[in-house]
Each structure stands twice: as structure tokens, then as C-alpha cells.
Design a protein around this ligand. Structure first.
Ligand code: SF4
Ligand code: SF4
Length: 143
């Protein structure tokens, strides 16, 4: 393969800066996310949605704390629900829309210092597609 970009590690290394855990934009939680997080923090789903979520239309998104960070962000420990963090957080930055629109990669990279900019679109499309397929095979219920 005639490219320097072969795997996800060639495109992204999280710098643990916490920027993606800040600001309203909405970390959507799926029904499956809610079940997993509730088991982890010992809460029931209704209480969880009331206490830890806001509604964006009909969909629950994680609430932000007073400093604008996600309610589950801790400056020292980073994500306090890391093992069960929502699908959106686990997938970043290898998200489905990049397969059709790889040009969005650089806009995302401008806000995420872990993403390598100026990667050829064909490499982004291939590596993101492979990563999505890996997630589908390894844990279809969480897709
Ligand atoms: S903004 Fe990017 S580098 Fe920073 S914590 Fe989030 S994923 Fe990691
Ligand atoms: S759930 Fe964790 S990774 Fe996702 S936004 Fe909140 S603190 Fe960040």
C-alpha cells in the first residue's frame, strides 16, 4: 500500500486535552449507552435522564457542568465513565459521516489536537471504513 497512513494510529493520538468534552453540542446517548452507564454508576434509567441529561429535541444529551464540560468530565481523571462512555465518544474521530465526506476531517482536526491534519481523503475514507467495520464485528449491539 503506497501511503504513509495505514491504521487509525497513523491518523490520531488522543492528547487528553478534554476539549471534546466541553461545550454544548451534544453528546447524544443511545438507549444502549443509558443501560451501560446506569449499570456502571448504579442508577436507574429515568433518574439518569433526569439527573444527567438535557433534551435536544427528543434525544437526551449529557448535561454540562458549570465550567462547560460534560457532567462526567473530571480534569484529573478525564472521563469518569470511560469504560462505558457513549457511542459518540468511543467512536471519535472515526465517525460514519467521514466515509462520505472525508473533507470534514480537517475541520474536526482544527478543534482536536489529536487528529493529524492534511491526510489524503482516500486514506481517511479507507481507514474510517475499516474502523467502523471492526466496531460492527466486535460489538454489533453497541453500534
Ligand atoms: S479534543 Fe481530541 S485530543 Fe483532545 S481529548 Fe478530545 S479526542 Fe483527545
Ligand atoms: S462521556 Fe466522557 S468522553 Fe464523553 S463527553 Fe463526557 S467526559 Fe467526555
Amino acid at each position: 500500500m503506497d501511503t504513509e497512513y495505514k491504521t487509525t494510529d497513523d491518523l490520531f493520538t488522543c492528547q487528553l486535552c478534554g476539549q471534546c468534552c466541553k461545550g454544548f453540542g451534544g453528546t447524544y446517548v443511545t438507549g444502549r449507552d443509558i443501560v451501560d452507564i446506569c449499570a456502571y454508576i448504579t442508577a436507574d434509567p429515568d433518574t439518569f435522564v433526569r439527573s444527567y441529561c438535557d433534551m435536544a429535541g427528543s434525544r437526551p444529551v449529557l448535561t454540562q457542568g458549570p465550567d462547560g464540560h460534560c457532567v462526567f468530565f473530571d480534569a484529573r481523571k478525564q472521563c469518569t465513565i470511560h469504560p462505558v462512555k457513549p457511542r459518540m465518544c468511543r467512536a471519535w474521530p472515526f465517525i460514519e459521516t467521514l466515509v462520505a465526506n472525508p473533507e470534514n476531517w480537517d475541520a474536526m482536526a482544527s478543534a482536536c489536537p489529536g487528529m493529524k491534519p492534511l491526510v489524503p481523503p482516500r486514506d481517511i475514507m479507507r481507514i474510517v471504513s475499516e474502523e467502523i467495520e471492526k466496531r460492527r464485528v466486535s460489538c454489533p449491539a453497541k453500534l
